[in-house]
Write a protein that binds this ligand. Structure first.
Ligand code: URP
Ligand code: ZN
Length: 568
């Protein structure tokens, strides 16, 4: 097919940054695909040139976690798929991953179609969908399979919070994890203990704490850490790869880190809000300001959290960054003016994520530009199985590119941002790093900082199941960890009889040893202690029952090992 000059673009004189290398190189694009990367490229006449001298040429950002126009807590998030994705482009993000969330009892496939019908006509950048599992029955499992096989969904999110609406109990979590594994999808969780939150909330309201600080007080760090740990244990028992969404605290991150070091297949996402600000805002005397920061899990009232989370991105304990962008304006937040439980949960971030991470990560010297690319784009592309189409500057990849000016600065403000919401949690923050040009599908959509995107320009990006990055080890691991049966001669001694209450009756006297008889039997065939001689009896009568205390044994190596892997 003939290529019109309009579809040819040369990004010239910049420094190309991928997650694993940097090189001074030009990038030539045709029809939305990167065709050449190198120096002294031969390009057809009439090719448009973007001068990138002094700039970094990086894969466009992938925001792994957004909620555009989410129907939530009685209202809809104010940034929709148009304003939200336009704002994403302004900040250098060329793809978002949103969540289709059915209500309890509702079809997952129908929810998926509803989200597609909202997003497709509006999106300015590319998008993929995760699908929520907010209830469980066999039909849900079948729909998960259908979504994976026919609709390009490879991740499902389960909520451990939002009791009485979206929360799943452990049984249903296990069922959903089993099904994710069966269909080669990634299980995601919102990790907070919803039962504890419910208890704490009632106590706080009883005490007259109705303001936004109650939100944070009702869900302290350990409530997030407990759920993180529990999700890791449950997923590990199933052998299902797991992704923890929006990790907001050091405690939850350390629970995740411990599991990763023990070999649990788990990945962690944190968000711009947690990296760029903290929970001290919940104690601001201005109600509107404090309520503007309400999201779940909450920001932590600990000024060291943002830098710790950034360090964990650097060392690889955390892998991806999203935003949980779910914006509500002041008048919507005011639904909870007398009761913090009614403040719609959610904050901004989709527009500022790249700048905030650049500022707090690269400018502070915590991460280098390659790691910046890894945590803002490449790792997400790998985990969600769209790499190297997305997340890389290489021949054959989609031409989703940000031409980044690392030295320019701007001050973040709700007065100047593209988002529809009237509040910005990063208000007043001066950041280095501006997306001077953004190219999406080979089209220049941001030019010298001005957004030229049109609704419907973006595309739905199917995410194939069985991501090798996620599932590459699962089969071998299942085989290696499979339980091994012990071959032994069948037991042929006497067996006590149970009566119909399940209690022992008429136990053969010969198998109740007296102290004198104890250890009088010969060894078993294998030479070990004859179990008939042990001090334990199914009847509950023990050797030293005259003593009020039963002996306890500390098991150092429990069956299956301390951090047993999965075996089915
Ligand atoms: O506060 C948040 N995160 N709002 C959106 C819903 C969710 O929990 O993801
Ligand atoms: Zn969310």
């Amino acid at each position: 097919m003939a290529t019109s000059a309009q579809n040819r673009l040369l990004i010239k004189g910049g420094r190309v940054v991928n997650d694993d290398m940097m090189q001074d190189a030009d990038v030539y694009i045709e029809d939305g695909i990167i065709k050449q990367v190198g120096t002294n490229l031969h390009t057809p006449g009439g090719t448009r040139v973007v001068e990138a001298k002094g700039h970094l040429v990086m894969p466009g950002g992938i925001d792994t976690h957004t909620h555009m126009q989410l129907p939530f807590m009685g209202t809809f998030a104010v940034d929709d798929f148009y304003t939200g994705t336009r704002a994403a482009l302004a900040g250098g993000t060329t793809m978002i991953m949103d969540f289709a969330i059915p209500q309890k009892g509702e079809s997952l496939v129908e929810a998926y179609h509803r989200w597609r019908s909202w997003a497709d006509p509006k999106v300015c950048c590319d998008y993929a969908l995760h699908v929520g599992v907010t209830w469980w029955c066999d039909k849900v499992g079948k729909e998960m399979e259908e979504l994976t096989e026919e609709h390009g969904i490879n991740s499902f999110k389960m909520f451990m919070a939002y009791k009485d609406t979206w929360q799943l109990d452990d049984h249903d979590l296990l069922e959903s994890f089993k099904q994710c594994k069966e269909i080669g999808a990634l299980a995601q969780v919102h990790a907070e203990n919803g039962d504890i939150i419910k208890e704490n909330t009632a106590k706080l309201l009883d005490m007259g704490i109705t303001g936004p600080e109650g939100h944070e007080l009702s869900r302290p760090e350990e409530v997030e850490a407990e759920a993180t740990n529990r999700a890791c244990v449950l997923a590990n028992q199933i052998g299902c790869p797991l992704y923890i969404c929006n990790i907001m605290s050091k405690s939850a991150a350390s629970a995740l880190g411990e599991h990763r070091r023990r070999g649990t297949l788990v990945w962690g996402e944190t968000i711009a809000a947690a990296l760029g600000t903290d929970g001290s805002h919940y104690y601001n005397p201005c109600w509107q300001h404090a309520a503007g920061h309400v999201l779940s899990p909450p920001l932590r009232n600990d000024s060291s959290t943002p830098s710790s989370l950034m360090e964990l991105l650097d060392v690889g304990d955390l892998q991806t960054t999203g935003t949980d962008n779910c914006t509500f304006s002041a008048s919507q937040k005011a639904l909870g003016k007398d009761d913090f439980t009614k403040i719609p949960n959610g904050v901004n971030g989709v527009e500022d994520r790249m700048s905030v991470i650049w500022e707090k990560g690269v400018v502070s010297g915590k991460i280098d530009p390659c790691k910046f690319v890894a945590v803002t784009s490449t790792n997400a592309a790998k985990i969600f199985n769209i790499y190297p189409k997305k997340g890389r500057i290489a021949v054959g990849s989609d031409a989703d590119i940000v031409v980044w000016n690392p030295h320019a600065t701007r001050t973040i403000s709700a007065k100047t941002h593209y988002q529809a919401v009237d509040f910005n949690i990063f208000e007043g923050m001066e950041v280095h790093g501006i997306a001077d040009y953004v190219i999406c599908h080979g089209r220049v959509v941001v030019e010298e900082g001005n957004v030229r995107a049109v609704s419907g320009m973006g595309k739905f990006v199917p995410t194939p199941s069985h991501s090798p990055y996620v599932y590459g080890r699962v089969q071998e691991r299942d085989i290696a960890n499979a339980p091994k049966k012990v071959d032994r001669a069948p037991y042929d001694g006497p067996v006590i009889q149970l009566n119909n209450q399940g209690l022992t009756q008429a136990v053969e006297s010969s198998i109740i040893p007296t102290n004198q008889e104890f250890y009088t039997r010969g060894p078993t065939r294998c030479g070990g202690l004859n179990l008939h001689d042990s001090s334990f009896h199914v009847s509950g009568a023990q050797m030293n029952d005259k003593s009020p205390k039963r002996p306890s044994v500390k098991v150092h190596n429990p069956p299956g090992g301390k951090a047993s892997g999965s075996f089915w």
